[in-house]
Design a protein around this ligand. Sequence first.
Ligand code: SAH
Length: 348
Amino acid sequence: MEKPDIMSMTKEELKDFVVSLGESAYRAGQLFRRMHTATPIDEMTDLSKAFREKLKESAEYRLPTIEKKLVSKKDGTVKYLFGLIDGECVESVLMKYEYGNTLCVSSQAGCRMGCKFCASTLSGRVRNLTPSEILGQVALAARDSGERVHGIVMMGIGEPLDNYDNVIRFLHLVGDEGGLGIGMRHISLSTCGIVPGIRRLADEGIPVTLSVSLHAYDNDKRREIMPIANKYPIDELLAACRYYFDKTGRRVSFEYTLISGKNDTPEDAAGLASLLKEKMGVPSHINLIMLNEVEETGLKSTGRQRAAAFADELCRRGQNATVRRRLGGDIDASCGQLRLNRNREAGR
Ligand code: SAH
């Protein structure tokens, strides 16, 4: 029989489990806190030896392993390649900002969304990550770096809304004051635009910042680079974003990756500005991203100057737009590439 995955349990569930092992419910709080700081069982010395032995026998508690760690000499960004229980691996990136550390986490091993410019989707989706595997990335990055993680962005490998239940459970766990206690206002969830998932999230009562990968202002252009656009047209997508804003009061953020010759002309900027004005009608933020070139895709990045002009054009038209600062440029910090290379080396 499979052992229960205790790091995926809420504190209440953990209490029941701990009691079922003949321990007092109070131990659950200690165990919860220890797991969320990635403490190995043998080092949980506030728990009795007998209880620790019982846990080893009857529970599943496996943290990811650090397969690779790259530290940027430029800005201190740390990129982790984490190994999972079945030999799969995912990436996380720890970024250091003046206002605190942000960790970018993965939600799936691979991705099945098929965006044309993205490294994470090139070999498809292998599986969903469990809540404990997503939480493990945060716990281990904090433990390994010795730094506090203040914020989280779900912008690593995978489509979070394609692994909905596990992602929601992860959000509840990581926000729990008895563990890491990271507030929902310090968490962003990025989606390629799964409309029913956005609506469900709006009703969930956990006000994370919603980031939507738009990348084009009209359906034809969007379909060329994002297959999900065949399923959900832009009108439906923006109606769901507006619903998210109305329900949560949170400003929605739009990601727009600039790809040379695809979506980076002044007309594109004008189209984007009028689209958001008309369909959102409330303040939002446009995050312009310089394409990280992935050899296999053949797509090229827009130049810095052109990107700045694109941002200016949006601002001139009343939109709030910034070009995202690029961290960890020297360590290939954009997600998906380390995993891709590693899987190739391993012949996967
Ligand atoms: N699946 C989610 C989250 C993961 S990707 C989503 O699609 O939003 C996080 C962001 O990085 C998305 O906006 C995605 O479109 C963008 N992205 C992916 N590959 C990229 C690349 N090679 N260069 C720049 N941005 C990229």
